[in-house]
Design a protein around this ligand. Structure first.
Ligand code: MTE
Ligand code: MO
Length: 320
């Protein structure tokens, strides 16, 4: 459903109450603009001007997870109207509308590479493999903003153990849809399409790594990666690939799209690390969408107790 914007309403419909409300909005906007100027932070991060809310289908039988954070959940309208999804647009407020008619059924996912049970699976078969869980995770974008989202899915390991990877398989590669007829962003060479991401096998098998098909108790909105995405909460957001069509088990470390496009800025590991700056900005702090003051970024995004051991003995400055 599209919420009418002030500019869409004919003047004949405007009542004194609307004028009053618009004046209030204007005043609130002025306060936000002043605050944004004072902090050097963009307006869009503080208030989403356009709000598009899509009604999703409810997912039944979701169980709660002990992996969930108790931090305040980011409002749905922020999580669904501020998206990085370059196949649709490089503007964060555009995937919500541009992905509105994206077709997520029928949808097949190829299981390939060093695996005993190579096959093509229907997304609805995958979704039924295990009990859906709600996992409330922190999510930190490499650009400095963060969100807390009640994702719905189950551990990726549930799928991996059903397809029997071979012992030579050391990494998992995720390839996402590249469809110029539906995704206006892939007509431009912003990245070397399709978007590819990867994880080391032990990272992919870690119980926190989520195979995700829903959020806020409903099916994933298209702009958040429907029908199937990965969520890796201790890594920068770009590791969490949306709209996955192929999962391939490989011996060598996959070339992930962001590393390929800017190797000095984006590595393969991309573990959230406040002590390793991005070449163009500090990673020490982050802004939670909807909040005003920045908060410190935590090592491994706060998931160190669970995942630090995966990297013992590794130089995380070199393996950024
Ligand atoms: N296919 C695909 N997946 C993607 C991206 C993308 O551009 N294309 N952007 C990534 C980045 S940078 C982030 S921060 C998250 C954003 O997820 P969200 O919109 O659900 O918050 O998606 C990641 N997955
Ligand atoms: Mo990101």
């Amino acid at each position: 459903m599209l919420i009418k914007r002030a500019g869409d309403i004919p003047s004949s419909e405007i009542t004194p109450k609307d004028l009053y409300l618009n004046r209030r909005k204007f005043l609130a906007g002025a306060v936000i603009a002043g605050a944004a100027a004072a902090t050097g932070f963009g307006l869009r991060e503080l208030a989403s001007p356009t709000t598009i809310v899509q009604a999703g289908n409810k997912i039944d039988g979701i169980k709660k997870s002990t992996f969930s954070t108790t931090e305040t959940i980011t409002p749905y309208k922020d999580v669904t109207n501020y998206n990085n999804y370059y196949e649709f647009s490089t503007e964060k407020d555009e995937p919500a509308s541009l992905a509105k008619n994206f077709r997520t059924r029928p949808w097949k996912v190829k299981i390939e590479g060093l695996v005993d049970k190579k096959q093509e699976l229907d997304v609805d078969t995958i979704i039924k493999m295990a009990t859906p869980e709600e996992r409330i995770y922190r999510h930190r974008c490499v650009e400095g903003w963060s969100i807390v989202v009640p994702w719905v899915g189950f551990s990726l390991s549930e799928l991996i153990k059903r397809v029997n990877p071979q012992s030579k398989a050391k990494f998992v590669e995720f390839t996402t849809l590249n469809d110029p007829s539906q995704m206006p962003g892939v007509r431009r060479p912003v990245l070397n399409w399709p978007y590819v991401e990867g994880l080391r096998m032990d990272e992919a098998m870690h119980p926190l790594t989520l195979l995700c098909f829903g959020m806020y108790g409903e099916e994933l909105p298209n702009q958040n990666g429907a029908p199937l995405r990965i969520v890796v909460p201790w890594k920068y957001g770009f590791k969490s690939a949306k709209a996955i069509v192929r999962i391939r088990f490989v011996e060598k470390q996959p070339i992930n799209s962001w590393n390929e496009s800017a190797p000095n800025e984006y590595g393969f590991y991309s573990n959230v690390n406040p002590t390793v700056d991005h070449p163009r900005w500090s990673q020490a702090k982050e802004r939670r969408l909807g909040e005003f003051l920045k908060r410190p970024t935590l090592m491994f995004n706060g998931y160190g107790d669970q995942v630090a051991s995966l990297y013992s003995g590794m130089d995380l400055r070199k393996n950024f």
